[in-house]
Design a protein around this ligand. Structure first.
Ligand code: AIR
Length: 193
């Protein structure tokens, strides 16, 4: 296959960065997570994957590539030398959502699928077409919408934490802060909510 240069968009330029940070940030500037979506209309949801990766100091890039509207470019991205250095790949598409499956077919790297809220079946179409992969080509499918996008970012971090101690420390600090915030919750008096 001809070599192509892919200009990924560093998501930190487009998204808020970073709201909080956990522990000492590494000066590792590598793009380690590629975030693909079928349309720019997915970005308001998918950006939540990028935000959590930014928060935890994981370099990532975001691109629009459609399994239907730009099938050759989607496959070429998955097979490109640059993409092979990316360790994890959250993928988002709505409707007949084939992007995650197509990308997974073209790479051995972990692919995480984020079903999008659809325009006619509240995301059920996207959920089923992302999760129902044939045996042999896995796509780790998350929840529909924003929760799935955020969890795709966190699951990518958890996977990379297995072999990255500094990232594991940041991830554990994130989890602790989340737990502390739940335990510190104060409810308003009954009847005022
Ligand atoms: N989509 C784009 N190419 C293939 C698919 N399945 C998805 C997009 C988006 C939805 O179709 O990922 O979730 C609608 O896209 P648009 O561009 O019409 O807003």
């Amino acid at each position: 296959m001809a070599r192509r240069r892919w200009r990924g968009v560093d998501s930190r330029r487009g998204a808020r960065y970073p709201r909080r940070s956990f522990g000492t940030m590494s000066d590792d500037k590598r793009i380690r997570v590629g975030i693909l979506m079928g349309s720019a209309s997915d970005w308001p949801t998918v950006q939540h994957a990028a935000l959590v990766l930014n928060e935890l100091g994981v370099g990532n890039e975001a691109r629009v590539l459609s399994a239907h509207r730009s099938p050759h470019a989607a496959a070429a991205y998955a097979e490109s030398a640059a993409a092979q250095m990316i360790t994890c790949r959250p993928r988002a598409a709505g409707g007949a959502a084939h992007l995650a499956g197509v990308i997974a077919a073209h790479t051995h790297l972990p692919v995480l699928g984020i079903p999008m809220m659809g325009w006619s079946t509240d995301g059920l179409d996207s959920l089923l077409s992302t999760v129902q992969m044939p045996a042999g080509i896995p796509v780790g499918t998350l929840a529909v919408g924003k929760a799935g996008a955020k969890n795709a970012g966190l699951l990518a971090v958890a996977i990379m934490s297995l072999s990255d101690e500094a990232l594991r420390e940041r991830y554990l600090a994130f989890r602790k802060a989340q737990t502390d915030s739940v335990l510190a919750t104060e409810l308003p008096p009954a009847g005022s909510a």
